[in-house]
Design a protein around this ligand. Structure first.
Ligand code: DP6
Length: 381
């Protein structure tokens, strides 16, 4: 190792990863260590400029242990998931040379070197917006960059999966499918890109942050309890999801919004029904979430009405739109709404309605909130 004795050098790499929102949900593991799911899932990766994690990893001979800071606060690295990712990346590490600074790390040196990690999320952490997906995808990508790992994205995605299941989908942009696989070693439980980010550019995704507090039941604990106690989950994973995955893939390929919308909200509803079917029941959505769902149906009615005003081919149009919402929603393990519109026009209408029914708090209300008087906010709904 070059400059080994000086202990002065630090080598760094930074990466940014977006979060992803599942439209067919992953909920339940058949192997907790390898993180193998009980069913496949499909997600949309968001634009990294909005919801993403940025991670810098650093290595230096002066570091005496692995350490990590999340949003500026040091966190304990006791959990096995972080160690699994680090171990898998270290196993694949190559020689690294920085000629300018005279640093040369040999492949075999990586075992004896410790890393420091600083990660920031530009959105609420652990509030049901898939922060662990962005976090682990980013960590694995940054470590691979630092250690000059030459693996393909599929391999990195499988490593990220061992940090957090949903993270394997965040290594790709666009629409991504995570196949459940059948093999015990998990080698066929991989994520693949179904369509890239330019495939369906008209889609607009709005995120309504209802509550940025950390959820009470983590996804990991929640899904473990569902696997142990919910019979609905068994039915869902064996009968419902396999069929939905095929239908969803087709809807995405054809950019068929009505089918996409119907499947997305049905799958979200069923996921939350599984949570209620769990013992003890898990409540991720709250009253405001339920009101957002109602709002989606209100916007659907408005869209339907506007379209029916153009009453040429009235009957055809009616048949086409009956029962097919023009906006859809999905909720992960939290109360925050992810609303999806087929285009900007409908998204504007939805946003208008949202701001009308759920106006953002005024400066005064925010001040009172900071000072601890939550009654004003409650009144404001
Ligand atoms: C509801 O990937 O956070 O967001 O694998 O235990 O880390 P672990 O769980 P995680 O679960 C995500 C669950 C979900 C649905 C989804 O993203 O598919």
């Amino acid at each position: 190792m070059g400059e080994k004795d000086s202990k002065k050098w630090v080598l760094m790499a930074t990466a940014r990863s977006p979060t992803n929102i599942a439209v067919i949900k992953y909920w339940g593991k058949r192997d907790e260590t390898l993180i193998l799911p009980v069913n496949g899932s499909i997600s949309v990766t968001l634009d990294p400029s909005h919801l993403s994690a940025t991670t810098t990893v650093a290595v230096s001979p002066s570091f005496d242990r692995d350490r990590m800071w999340l949003n500026g606060k040091e966190i304990l690295l006791s959990g096995g998931r972080f160690q699994s990712c680090l171990r898998e990346i270290r196993r694949r590490a190559e020689d690294v040379e920085d000629e300018e600074r005279g640093i040369c790390i040999k492949r075999e040196d990586w075992e004896g070197l410790h890393v420091h990690i600083a990660s920031f999320n530009n959105f609420p952490t652990a509030a049901g917006l898939a922060s662990s997906a962005a976090g682990f995808a980013c960590l694995v990508f940054a470590l691979a960059k630092l250690m000059n790992v030459k693996e393909e994205t599929t391999e990195l995605s499988s490593i990220a999966r061992q940090g957090s299941g949903s993270a394997c989908r965040s290594l790709y942009g666009g629409f991504v499918k995570w196949a459940m696989g059948n093999k015990e070693d998990g080698s066929d439980s991989i994520a693949v890109q179904l369509a890239n980010e330019t495939h369906w550019e008209d889609l607009v995704i709005l995120i309504a942050v209802v509550c940025s507090r950390q959820k009470e039941t983590s996804s990991t604990t929640g899904m473990r309890e569902s696997v142990e106690t919910s019979s609905l989950l068994q039915y869902r994973s064996q009968v419902v999801v396999p069929r939905r995955l095929i239908q969803m893939e087709e809807a995405i390929q054809k950019r068929d919004f009505p089918s996409f919308a119907k499947l997305t909200c049905a799958d979200s509803n069923q996921f939350h029904a599984v949570c209620l079917d769990t013992s003890p029941p898990i409540f991720y959505m709250n009253d405001t979430s339920h009101r957002h769902v109602q709002l989606c149906f209100l916007v659907y009615c408005i869209c339907l009405f506007i379209r029916l005003l153009d009453y040429r081919n009235f009957q055809d149009r009616w048949n086409q739109f009956e029962g097919t919402p023009q906006v859809t929603y999905t909720y992960d393990a939290g109360p925050n709404a992810v609303l999806i519109a087929p285009n900007r026009k409908v998204a504007h209408l939805l946003l208008q309605r949202m701001l009308f029914y759920f106006p953002p708090p005024s400066e005064k209300e925010l001040d009172s909130y900071v000072l601890g008087d939550t009654s004003i906010l409650q009144e404001a709904g």
